[in-house]
Design a protein around this ligand. Structure first.
Ligand SMILES: [Zn+2]
Length: 406
């Protein structure tokens, strides 16, 4: 029988406990003696705290280690399978949920379409229904659920757990944390979707063990999550990483923000579709029109990608152009932040094979040589669930690595 998570969070309100728990998470299976060495805590302190962690069920004793003379030490590890986390990705077109264990391994997932004319209240009701549904069908005991993480598109105040402004849904001031916390009595963490994704990449994806990296989400919009010294960089008003709104062509098309020639207006999914559509209207022949059923308004970024996969010249050209604009934006990021890696995720990243070469060429031509050579540009390995895994990570971070312990 595991004890309730409210109790376990209480338990973590000690710096030493967080410290030990995180050493077991990152280095386990590990012996009590090695924990003492790593944390520089005394052996009796480690023994006491490990006792409490064993009792909470979060930590278990695993195999015996190698003896350095004398009897073999008992090793400790996190009991990842005994607890679950729910991660939610609130996008512009759907809500994706994942249920994971403490290693962020997906046990179940659920997708709900976003209805038209959504209000804040309806969104909160949809989120609660979806959480209840995934809990019910997995017969979850609430005591074993660590918490609920939410990655929400748009401007988010993570300290308050409020969606301040979601431009594509036209919603303002939606109190996501308060609502879900009241409904389920579980800890709830809320963050901007791209920043959640970057945190997920840092713990479980292509950003593992990298001090400084940037995760770029390319979908309906373009945004970036910035990890500096292994920590998420938030900015003064929680808006750091708005890469989609840097100007890459002053004479370019108008962006949703009002400016002209923003990266988002030139390399996002809708921008890719728009460029293909304009070329088709000019009379270019391409299978894109056919794939869209002859209706040019039905052309999407996905249609263009599908055509590119069939070798369509226009589709490939349009994706490469988007890749070059993306490369201009990424070159700026590389010059300013000097990251070791840039991870590209989001819907448009599915066309990564067509984009990546143009991105790399542009970065080589435009970024300074030293930082450009130090930065590898890769596609996210977390795929469609990258943001939901990021949302799970928000909860895990609170448990294993609260800021005061790092
Ligand atoms: Zn803009």
């Amino acid at each position: 029988m595991v004890r309730g998570m409210a109790g376990s969070f209480q338990l973590m309100k000690s710096l030493n406990k967080s410290l030990i728990l995180n050493v077991i998470r990152t280095e386990g299976p590990i012996s009590r003696a090695d924990i003492a060495k790593r944390t520089q805590l005394t052996a009796p302190t480690v023994t006491n705290i490990v006792g409490e962690l064993l009792e909470s069920g979060l930590v278990i004793e695993s195999d015996l280690g190698v003896s350095s003379g004398g009897r073999k030490p008992i090793l400790l590890r996190i009991h990842a399978q005994a607890f679950q986390v729910i991660g939610i990705d609130v996008g512009t077109q759907d809500i994706k949920l994942v249920l994971t264990n403490l290693d962020a391994e997906i046990l179940d997932s659920l997708r709900v379409s976003m209805p038209a004319g959504l209000t804040g209240e309806r969104l909160l009701a949809l989120l609660a229904e979806a959480v209840r549904s995934i809990m019910d069908r997995n017969r979850l005991n609430k005591a074993s659920v660590i918490g609920i993480g939410v990655g929400m598109h748009g401007l988010v105040n993570p300290a308050e757990g409020v969606s301040i402004y979601a431009p594509n849904l036209n919603l303002r001031n939606v109190p996501i944390r308060e609502s879900l916390q009241t409904a389920f009595g579980l800890p709830v963490e809320v963050e901007n979707d791209v920043r959640a994704m970057a945190l997920g990449e840092s713990w479980f994806g292509s950003g593992q063990n990298i001090d400084h990296f940037v995760c770029v989400n390319v979908g309906r919009g373009i945004g970036a999550g910035i990890i500096i010294d292994r920590k998420l960089f938030d900015g003064t008003t929680h808006t750091a990483g708005e890469l989609g709104h840097i100007t890459v062509d002053p004479a370019g098309p108008q962006c949703s923000c009002g400016n002209y020639g923003c990266l988002q207006a030139l390399a996002s999914g809708p921008a890719i579709a728009g460029r293909a559509k304009a070329e088709l209207q000019r009379g270019r022949t391409s299978i894109i029109a056919e794939l869209a059923g002859g209706d040019l308004d039905a052309v999407t970024g996905e249609t263009v990608h599908a055509a590119a996969l069939q070798g369509d010249a226009l589709a490939i050209e349009v994706l490469q152009a988007a890749g070059r604009y993306l490369g201009i934006g990424i070159a700026a990021v590389i010059n300013v932040l000097n990251p070791a890696r840039v991870i590209i995720g989001g819907g448009v990243a599915k066309a990564g094979d067509f984009l990546l070469q143009a991105v790399n060429e542009t970065v080589r031509n435009r970024a300074l040589q030293t930082p450009a050579e130090a930065a590898s540009i890769t596609l996210s390995r977390l795929g469609d669930h990258a943001t939901a895994i990021g949302a799970v990570t928000l909860v895990l971070k609170k448990l294993f690595a609260p800021d005061y312990a790092t």
